[in-house]
Ligand binder design. Structure first.
Ligand code: SF4
Length: 936
């Protein structure tokens, strides 16, 4: 028997039970299981639980099963005959359509926004949102000649609206709207589904035999949709009521509303509101005081701690399933981190929607895009970021995971040492030596480079770019690891709509931008099993008709409750109203209703508001709470005491470790290690004996050591070349000219690879290039005064006898010159100014590097058995900057005794105190360990 029945349900704590009873009553009356349709599918699970609980005994077998419960959107999608209307455009196809229109008309996108690829994708998205909003608000049901009805409807609204508006942006959007409202677009299709259902019901009405095939329907409306949608839906329900039993359930707030706006359709709502408020406070008195509390938090962190503390207390009180309502999402996220301390026994389920782009899987794929997008190669940071991602299967490179880890540490170190900032040739240059590790790394880099070459096509179809990415993921072994990971599976699935864009050409940069926007847009759905204790994070709107043992709401201050949804771009509030879209006022009313329902239907809850905002601005409790508690303002300032933890202060003192007797002593010491020992014994202990080193980042400042090495190599080649290919030209002018030319050519050969990799070396090259003439002038003077280059880059050493055994002192001398009468000069090149070299000279006792070299050369008669007579530093950074060691002979004589005393004291167990002047401490790597500043 067809009929239309309206039910008004009070959304209190019994509402689900009432609904379940109603469903079973209809089942028994109609002797058929009804179809239960929810306006939003959120309460489906709670309703099924209530139906299970209230199943009447003694039902016949055909009615035993729970009736089908589904959301309205799903029901409309299942409309018979809808498939025959053609295929609905995917979101991506619509997105691409608008994007292409914007790209083809750059003046259009620049009129609306800046015209980078990323902002064009986002603009296209916003235009689609606005157009769908317009369609939803204005389009009716299309049950007959679809295309003409549709174009008539659009023309009508367009004409009406375009007369009223002056903003150029809104006019452009209206023009897009016409193109985004075809039968293949979702809102039009939804209205078409309604039309098909109405048409089918009309046919059934005419054919009595068909009438019985329709199930009774129970529609549960939990919130108001847009006026346009409501109107269209009403037509569908009326048609249903003409062939079958139809029950329309809506919520009646007159017994739960706590604010007058919830009853906007009632003429005089005051008495009802007063009665509800009295009841609210009255029922609170019967319960223990702590069941409903409004907590005042000082700031963000306090809000999160109080929120987590409130959940902990509720769990201890025996509540198992708790809702965390995230008016303030950031506080909710922070609380989630705090709740992790409770371990696996408490499961947390976030329904507020994580972005897929925040997952490790998405970050890994995007880091691969960073590696391939530039033909010259990625930056060092990008390369290392990618190689450290856990999805790579290193067996595809022929190495184990542990070997890969060692290789990466080595590569990072080489990139830092060489100050290589990026590019494929830069990486290969940094690995310029022949050993197993560098060979493995070079083959990895070459493989990545080959893969990157495939990405350098001018244009490809969207599908072809996707195929390329998928092939890369297979080649890198990432594909199988991603498919074993929940986020990875969702990521691969989220990319599949790209397969439909097989004939849509895109530049690489456009496609990368689309990929990034798609990942930014896609939601990550967690899948963790619900434990016996759980916390569900959800927005206020998702609490309708849902029941929890208790709830906690964060963000209950005047800036976040009620919350403002993002208003669509381009449409002013006035235009929205004119077009029949849902207004902000309607959104506020809905939130007031949701909050009333939530506060009245649960006995145990905490609401937390923050009295100081992030920028220090004062905040108040939500105006709704202030109005509700106007006679009880003290209840708005409750506080949950979070137990404090006290710590005992432990003073830190100057470190002075001693070496244990069984410490394995080093058998050699370099000049720089000895300098470290002299400057600060503790620093020597940390950096040289324990081998601890600060890990520099790839973003560190320019390291000039590579320039120094390059200059050493160039000068060595130049001087050796003069020995093997002497310049046979005695004309001083000609000779000078030829020498300059030769040094320039050799230097350029050494600098060239650096300059190709990174333009920052240009400054160093220009600096040296301008110094070449004065260097050659100095060289000519040396030649004329009889000095001859003998050798360079030579290892030299001598032994010291200590009471603990011999120790070898060794290092590399930069250059040895010889003079027939004056003997041998030991030279050290310095890439620093004359001033700093002079400081070195004055600090010879603590930094006797040159004296060590001179002594080593002297002891071994290395240079034609001639004695070392001079030692000097020469700056390769400034003209004419040679600084000589004073009284070298006595320095060489005194050096061994000083070194032996220092080393014996150390090996003998003397304390290695952290002691150095601030000028040294400020560059010390060990400062974080010695903690100077905390004890000095
Ligand atoms: S910070 Fe200063 S005192 Fe501390 S280890 Fe370094 S050099 Fe020595």
């Amino acid at each position: 028997m067809p009929y239309f029945k309206h039910h008004l349900l009070t959304p209190d704590e019994q509402v689900l039970d009432t609904l379940a009873d109603l469903v079973w009553t209809v089942t028994k009356e109609e002797q058929r299981s009804p179809l239960v349709i929810l306006s939003t599918s959120g309460p489906a699970y709670s309703l099924r639980q209530a139906l299970e609980k209230h199943r009447p005994p003694g039902l016949p077998s055909n009615l035993m099963f729970l009736p089908r419960v589904l959301g309205l959107a799903q029901w409309l999608k299942e409309t018979p005959g809808l498939r025959a209307e053609g295929i609905q455009k995917t979101d991506l196809e619509r997105w691409y359509e608008v994007y292409r229109a914007l790209s083809d008309r750059p003046q259009l996108s620049s009129l609306l926004m800046d015209s980078s690829d990323a902002s064009k994708w986002s603009l296209a998205k916003k235009i689609i949102e606005v157009c769908d909003l317009l369609s939803d608000a204005t389009l009716g049901v299309f049950d007959e000649v679809l295309e003409s009805a549709l174009s008539d409807a659009i023309a009508e609204v367009y004409q009406g609206a375009s007369k009223q508006i002056v903003e150029v942006e809104a006019r452009i959007v209206l023009a897009f709207w016409e193109n985004l409202s075809s039968a293949q677009d979702p809102i039009v299709r939804q209205r078409r589904a309604m039309g098909l259902r109405i048409a089918e019901l009309k046919n059934a009405n005419a054919d009595v035999q068909h009438t019985n095939t329709h199930f009774p329907i129970i529609f549960i409306q939990t919130a108001q949709a847009s006026p346009g949608f409501e109107k269209a839906l009403e037509q569908v329900w009326q048609a249903h009521a003409s062939v079958t039993a139809f029950h329309h359930c809506s919520l009646n707030y007159s017994n739960v509303a706590l604010w007058p706006e919830c009853l906007s359709e009632v003429d005089d709502s005051k008495p009802m509101i007063q009665k509800n408020r009295d009841h609210f406070f009255e029922s609170g008195k019967h319960l223990s005081q702590s069941d409903r509390r409004i907590l005042k938090a000082q700031d963000f962190e306090d809000a999160a701690w109080q929120g987590a503390g409130a959940i902990e207390k509720l769990l201890q009180d025996g509540h198992q399933h708790i809702a965390l309502i995230a008016q303030d999402r950031l506080v909710a996220r922070r609380m989630r981190a705090l709740l992790a301390r409770f371990g696996d026994g408490l499961s947390v389920h976030d329904e507020t929607g994580w972005k897929l782009s925040t997952t490790r899987a998405a970050a890994s794929v995007m880091s691969w895009m960073d590696v391939v997008h530039h033909p010259a190669g990625p930056s060092s940071v990008e390369l290392i970021d990618f190689l450290k991602n856990p999805y790579i299967d290193w067996s595809t490179f022929g190495i184990t995971h542990d070997q890969a880890s060692d290789c990466l540490t080595f590569l990072e170190q080489r990139l830092i040492e060489g100050d290589v900032r990026g590019t494929w040739s830069g990486f290969i240059l940094a690995l310029d030596s022949d050993n197993d590790e560098t060979n493995t790394l070079v083959s990895i880099i070459r493989k990545l480079k080959n893969q990157s070459n495939r990405w350098q096509a001018a244009s490809n179809s969207c599908l072809a770019w996707l195929d390329l990415l998928e092939q890369d993921l297979i080649d890198l072994g990432m594909s199988s690891s991603l498919s074993q990971d929940i986020a990875g599976q969702q990521l691969l699935a989220s990319l599949s709509p790209m397969r439909l864009l097989r004939h849509h050409p895109m530049k690489q940069v456009e496609w990368l931008s689309l990929l990034s926007s798609m990942l930014e847009d896609a939601s990550y759905i967690e899948s963790n099993p619900r434990q016996s204790a759980s916390v569900t994070i959800l927005p206020l709107s998702a609490t309708r008709l849902r029941r929890f043992d208790a709830w906690v709401m964060v963000g209950c201050d005047d800036t976040q409750l009620p919350s403002l949804s993002d208003s669509p771009m381009f449409l002013s509030a006035q235009l929205k109203k004119l077009l029949g879209c849902k207004t902000q006022e309607a959104e506020f009313i809905q939130q007031a209703m949701d909050l009333s329902q939530l506060m009245r239907s649960h006995q145990h809850w905490r609401m937390i508001w923050q009295s100081v905002g992030t920028t220090g601005e004062p905040r108040q409790p939500s105006p709704w709470l202030q109005r509700l508690y106007v006679r009880h303002p003290e209840l708005l300032k409750d506080k949950l005491e979070v137990p404090t933890t006290s710590y005992e202060a432990m003073p830190i003192s100057q470190p002075k470790p001693s070496l244990p007797e069984d410490f394995v002593k080093p058998t050699s010491i370099s000049p720089s290690a000895y300098r470290a020992l002299r400057e600060c014994p503790y620093r020597y202990y940390v950096t040289r004996l324990l081998g601890l080193k600060e890990r520099s980042g790839l973003e560190a400042e320019v390291d000039l050591s590579l320039v120094g090495k390059t200059l050493h190599a160039a000068l060595y080649d130049f001087y050796h070349g003069l020995k093997t290919q002497a310049l046979e030209n005695d004309n001083i002018y000609e000779r000078t000219k030829l020498l300059k030319k030769r040094l320039y050519a050799i230097s350029h050969k050494h600098f060239k690879p650096l300059l190709e990799v990174d333009g920052r070396w240009l400054a160093a090259w220009i600096e040296w290039e301008t110094l070449i003439p004065s260097w050659i002038d100095w060289h000519i003077q040396r030649e004329q005064s009889g000095w001859v280059f003998h050798d360079g880059e030579k290892q030299v050493s001598f032994d010291l006898q200590t009471r603990f055994g011999d120790i070898r002192v060794s290092g590399f001398v930069d250059r040895l010159d010889i003079h027939p009468q004056e003997g041998v000069e030991v030279i050290d090149y310095k890439f620093s100014s004359k001033n700093s070299i002079t400081k070195k000279k004055n600090n010879l006792q603590d930094d006797p590097q040159l004296v060590i070299y001179a002594k080593a050369v002297n002891e071994h008669d290395m240079v034609n058995r001639q004695p070392t007579t001079t030692a000097s530093w020469i700056s390769v950074k400034e003209d004419d900057s040679r600084v000589e060691v004073d009284d070298l002979q006595s320095e060489m004589k005194e050096l061994p005794a000083q070194m032996i005393a220092d080393i014996e004291s150390l090996w003998g167990g003397s304390p290695m105190a952290a002691s150095a002047p601030d000028s040294i401490c400020q560059y010390c790597q060990a400062r974080g360990i010695c903690r100077k500043g905390m004890w000095s």
